[in-house]
Design a protein around this ligand. Structure first.
Ligand code: BG6
Ligand code: MG
Length: 218
């Protein structure tokens, strides 16, 4: 059987933590007198913590000191981790675990490719750590998505060529990163937002085993 590399983004693909990032950033922005829309929030998905705060400040035309910047990032993360603390396996998105199991049974390479520095902790909370033969997260990269670095490191760790890798992503930045890496991009979410992806599905319940088998074989 062919061996492909399947690289999963975390937030918004494996678990619905995108909503917790949104709530935590929203609260922080409100504290600064800045409001942002759901549409603007799409631009925060997939990008690093630093880049997210830079974007929010630019939307509000605000400049702050480095000290305050670092303090706000820490506050946001503390707030976010309060949501994460309450997580368990029930917060895995539908059919994610079954898909991971199918890929594992099919002896495929499976890696995480996430911008989050909390990724390992979250995988532990939802108990899917053991599916991944490689984990690349926000602690391992120097360039944020849409830079392809995170996915290229994942391919290297899996020892699989980038053009033999398939990326599941819910963010525009992540889809662009996968495309730039020369990988097959699968958008998880809405077509309006993720139209740059090679394939788009609402969620994993829409992805059949025969579709995945075709990805493996072609
Ligand atoms: C990405 C999320 O996965 O990780 C972003 O989509 C988030 O919203 C980024 O900002 C960094 O995550 P963290 O957990 O290190 O702040
Ligand atoms: Mg994501």
């Amino acid at each position: 059987m062919n061996k492909k590399g399947f690289i999963f983004d975390l937030d918004g693909v494996i678990v619905d933590t995108a909503k917790y990032h949104f709530l935590a950033w929203k609260k922080l922005a409100q504290g600064l007198g800045i409001d942002f829309t759901e549409e603007e929030n799409e631009q925060l998905k997939g990008v690093s913590r630093v880049r997210s705060l830079e974007k929010i400040l630019s939307w509000g035309n605000k400049t702050i000191s480095d000290d305050q910047f670092n303090r706000l990032m820490a506050e946001k993360n503390e707030d976010y981790l309060r949501y994460i603390d309450k997580m368990d396996e029930s917060e895995l998105l539908p059919m994610v675990k079954e898909t991971l199991q199918f890929l594992k049974d099919s002896q495929q390479g499976i890696s995480l490719g996430s911008a989050s520095k909390n990724a390992r902790h979250i995988l532990d909370k939802v108990n899917v750590n053991s599916f991944f033969s490689a984990i690349v997260d926000g602690n391992d990269v120097s360039r944020a998505k849409p830079d392809p670095e995170v996915f290229l490191i994942a391919a290297k760790l899996l020892d699989i060529e980038p053009n033999q890798c398939i990326v599941f992503e819910d963010s525009v930045a992540g889809v662009q990163a996968a495309n730039t890496a020369g990988m097959t991009s699968i958008g998880i979410g809405s077509e309006d937002v993720l139209h740059e992806a090679h394939y788009i599905f609402k969620d994993f319940t829409q992805i059949s085993q025969s579709f995945i088998t075709d990805l493996i074989n072609n």
